[in-house]
Structure formats: structure tokens, C-alpha cells
Design a protein around this ligand. Structure first.
Ligand code: NDP
Length: 450
């Protein structure tokens, strides 16, 4: 059944390689569910979950500081609303296209299901590059983007969130425009500022959740993060807060990167050094290379796209936390990690390991956590932000953090239990995919053919 679906998807949209990759990985792991439920074929379950409920594409015209008109493309993929209104991030990056957003939306459906909160799955964004743009340009772009997007979203229909290239600044400009156009102050976006409807811990939630999930995986093997050396890629929202939690739990973080290169600090990145990185990236909007000007006993290695491996993953370490981009760990990187003693790979980004890399990890006795489980803390706290908005109140940081920790523990337990139930003990990838799939499919079937 699953091979036919892949053929169908390839024939319909032959160029969507990231989407094919996500669906293929998914189908391989949910085979046991399909075998137990042969009626799914006649019910068209796979055809339905792999086809977005709605795809919106639009023009985003804006004017740069030289008064030159620029045009970008905006998207919103509303993938599945079986268990709640569409919910998922926005990404602003030059690589954004239908395939990347479809893979993100597909992953989001099952990630959201794992949180057990009532949220369907979606993703959106634009091929706009915020890096190097002035504040005014970013604001004008966000306003133009929201002018169209506002027709399609709402607190009961589709609630976008931040994501790669879309942080607190962008959410502010997007929210301001939505409010002006619709004349309503509602929880239509998450990741809002604390003074205007945001939730404590939302900025930290994805990275903290990654740390909690990693700690749970270690605990399941009677181990902990204390004293473990950790390689982290990226230096954005997820990377920074994963590092913060890992440091708090006693881990020793050695690396950060951006698209230009990476730094390696053999002494470890402590709280003070992390505070420097946060200021550098979030306020100054600088490059990670500047780290070595401040901390001289460190090295900086420039990115080199001609290499078929990333030198960041060649350092000896116990744990790897890819927190930048999809497919950033390729086959050679996986071999390098394994050969350098890695015990755990915990994905902070969405689909950062290529299929070849995943296969290598699965063949070894290491812990491997897929992003859709390990990074679900962000959308979980976004769900909590929606709940607080509905009640017109704010929970304390401690309360939200406690709820986040409980949700991550429960996702971890679900992955293990479901993997065991379907004959794949210890396989977090299978556990996450099957648990999310079962919840979404059951809801779809309950609601009839819609
Ligand atoms: P940010 O935009 O805050 O940070 C992204 C980081 O990745 C930046 O340091 C960026 O560097 C770096 N990067 C981008 N491209 C490359 C590249 N080709 N090579 C190396 N580094 C690169 O994004 P987030 O931290 O929010 O998102 C990171 C990942 O986590 C994404 O996969 C996203 O989908 C996923 N995610 C995010 C969630 C969230 O709540 N924010 C929730 C769940 C998943 P540069 O500054 O040079 O661009």
C-alpha cells in the first residue's frame, strides 16, 4: 500500500524531493499499523494524510530602502485539521518552496498529535531572506505578507507560529498588521511578546524541550547529560535554548554554527559565553565568527560547500544536537559521529538527518530522537499560549515550564511504549511516527469522508 502511495506522490509532484523524503521515511515506519488495518486501503487513509487540505500561494510585494519594488512568494500549507485548527510555524528563508513547506507541514501534523493538544498541522512562509535587511525592510515585508495571509487564518482556523527566520521581531510586525486589518486582538499567532498575549517560556520552549527529551533518553539508560560533551549546530532560537538547558543539566557544549561557519570551544560554552552568543545573534544580529574575537582559545571554521561532510561533526563528543536545517547530517557526518564515540543524536531541527544518516544511526546501539518528538516542546507551549489567550490570563514561567517538562516526558514515554507495542523496542523514530499517525487517522475516520 505504501509503495503505491509513494509512486502516486512522485508522479503528481516529481520535483518535491524534501516532501518525498519525509513521506518515505514516515511510510517505512508505519507499515505495522497498515498491516494491522487492511481496511485503510479502501478508506484511502494514506492518500488523505499525504494530500494537504489546502495550499495557498500568494504574491508579496514590498519596497526596499532604495525605493526598489521587490516581489517574494508567500505560502501557507494547511495540511490536516483532524485533531484541531491548523497550527504550525512560518519560515522566511531563500530556500523556501512548496516542497520544503509540505515536508514541514507533514511532520507538524504528527508532531502536534504527539503533544496530545488539539492542534492540526500546517506550515507557511516565504523565500524572503531577513538576514542583511534593515528593520524597516523586515517590517514592510511582514506587513505585506500578512495583508494576504490574514484572509486565511484566524484563532479558530489556522494559528501560525514563528520558525526559522521568523522570531519575536517578525511575529510582532505580523501581529500588528493582522490586528489592524481585522480589527481584532486575538490569539491568531503564537510566539507573541509577553506584554501582548505571549506566553512565558515560548521563546525557550523548543530548545528546553530538546534538553528535557535528551535527559529522558539518557535516564532510560540509567545515564544523564551531566559531564557529557555535546556538539550543537545552529546558533538561533533552538540551538541557544537547547544549549541553555544542556548546560543547566550539567552537559558541556562545544560548538555553535551559522550558515557561514562554526566555532569550537574546547573549554566548553558556559552561561556567560552563551549570554554573549545570545546578544551577538539576537540583538547585534552578528555572525558566529565574532565569538573567537571574544574567546581566543577557540577555533572558527568557515563553511565549505564543496566538502561532502561538515567538519563540525568530526569532533569527539558524546551527544549531537543538530539545530539548524534539514539534511545537515549526511552519510559521512553520521559515520564521523559514530567513529568519534557519539552515544546520542537528538534532533532539534526538523529532519536534520538525511535518510542515509538515519539508517547508519539505527544500525548502531546509539540513542536517536527524531525532531518531530524531540522538538515538539515549541508547538506544545504554543498550544499553551493559545489556551492562556482563550482564558485571558498568563501562567507563571514556572507553571509553563513544568507543563512543558510533563509534556516532553509524556512524549518520550509514548514513543517508547508505542515502539514496544509494534515490535520495535527502543526505536524512537517508529514510536513517534506510529503514535502520531494512529491519533490523526482515528480522528479522521471518526469524522467521515471530509
Ligand atoms: P533560527 O532562524 O533562529 O536559527 C537558524 C540557525 O540555523 C541560524 O543559526 C542559521 O544561521 C543556521 N543555519 C541556517 N542555514 C544553515 C546552513 N545551511 N548551515 C548551517 N547553519 C545554518 O531558526 P530556529 O532556531 O527557530 O530553527 C532551527 C530549526 O528548528 C529549523 O529546522 C526549524 O524548522 C526547527 N524548529 C524550530 C522551532 C522553533 O520554535 N523556533 C520549533 C520546531 C522546529 P544564519 O544566521 O547564518 O542563517
Amino acid at each position: 500500500m505504501s509503495d503505491n502511495i509513494l509512486k502516486l506522490i512522485l508522479a503528481k509532484d516529481p520535483d518535491e524531493k524534501e516532501y518525498h523524503q519525509a513521506v518515505k521515511e514516515f511510510l517505512e515506519t508505519v507499515k505495522p499499523v497498515l498491516e494491522r488495518n487492511p481496511e485503510y486501503r479502501q478508506l484511502g487513509v494514506l492518500e488523505r494524510v499525504t494530500e494537504p487540505e489546502r495550499t495557498i500561494t500568494f504574491r508579496v510585494p514590498w519596497m526596499d530602502d532604495e525605493r526598489q519594488v521587490r516581489v517574494n512568494r508567500g505560502f501557507r500549507i494547511e495540511m490536516n485539521s483532524a485533531i484541531g485548527p491548523f497550527k504550525g510555524g512560518l519560515r522566511f528563508h531563500p530556500s523556501v518552496n512548496n516542497s520544503i513547506l509540505k515536508f514541514l507541514a507533514f511532520e507538524q501534523v504528527f508532531k502536534n498529535a504527539l503533544t496530545t493538544l488539539p492542534m492540526g498541522g500546517a506550515q507557511g512562509g516565504s523565500d524572503f531572506e531577513p538576514k542583511g535587511k534593515s528593520e524597516d525592510e523586515v517590517m514592510r515585508f511582514c506587513q505585506s505578507f500578512m495583508t494576504e495571509l490574514s484572509r486565511h487564518i484566524g484563532q479558530d482556523t489556522d494559528i501560525p507560529d514563528g520558525g526559522l527566520g521568523v522570531g519575536a521581531r517578525e511575529i510582532g510586525y505580523l501581529f500588528g498588521m493582522y490586528k489592524k486589518q481585522r480589527n481584532e486582538f486575538t490569539g491568531v499567532l503564537t510566539g507573541k511578546g509577553l506584554q501582548w498575549g505571549g506566553s512565558y517560556i515560548r521563546p525557550q520552549a523548543t530548545g528546553y524541550g530538546v534538553g528535557y527529551f535528551a535527559a529522558e533518553m539518557m535516564a532510560a539508560r540509567n545515564d544523564s547529560l551531566a559531564g557529557k560533551t555535546c556538539l550543537i549546530s545552529g546558533s538561533g532560537n533552538v540551538a541557544q535554548h537547547a544549549a541553555e538547558k544542556i548546560i543547566e543539566l550539567g552537559g558541556n557544549v562545544l560548538t555553535f554554527s551559522d550558515s557561514s561557519g562554526y566555532i569550537y570551544d574546547p573549554e566548553g560554552i558556559d552561561k556567560a559565553k552563551l549570554a554573549f552568543v545570545k546578544r551577538l545573534k539576537n540583538i547585534k544580529r552578528g555572525r558566529i565568527q565574532e565569538y573567537i574575537d571574544k574567546y581566543s582559545d577557540t577555533t572558527y571554521t568557515e563553511s565549505d560547500s564543496s566538502l561532502d561532510y561538515n567538519p563540525l561533526w568530526t569532533h569527539r563528543a558524546d551527544c549531537a544536537f543538530p539545530c539548524a536545517m534539514e539534511n545537515e547530517i549526511r552519510e559521512n557526518d553520521a559515520y564521523n559521529l559514530i567513529n568519534n564515540g557519539i552515544k546520542m543524536v537528538c534532533e532539534g531541527a526538523d529532519m536534520p538527518s538525511s535518510p542515509e544518516a538515519i539508517k547508519i544511526f539505527m544500525d548502531k546501539p546509539i540513542l536517536f530522537a527524531p525532531g518531530k518528538a524531540a522538538n515538539a516542546g515549541g508547538v506544545a507551549v504554543s498550544g499553551l499560549e493559545m489556551a492562556q489567550n482563550r482564558m485571558l490570563l498568563n501562567w507563571s514561567a514556572e507553571e509553563v515550564d513544568q507543563r512543558l517538562r510533563t509534556i516532553m516526558k509524556s512524549i518520550h514515554r509514548t514513543c517508547l511504549d508505542v515502539a514496544e507495542e509494534y515490535g520495535e523496542p527502543g526505536n524512537y523514530l517508529a514510536g513517534a511516527n506510529i503514535a502520531g499517525f494512529v491519533r490523526v487517522v482515528n480522528a479522521m475516520l471518526d469524522q467521515g469522508l471530509v
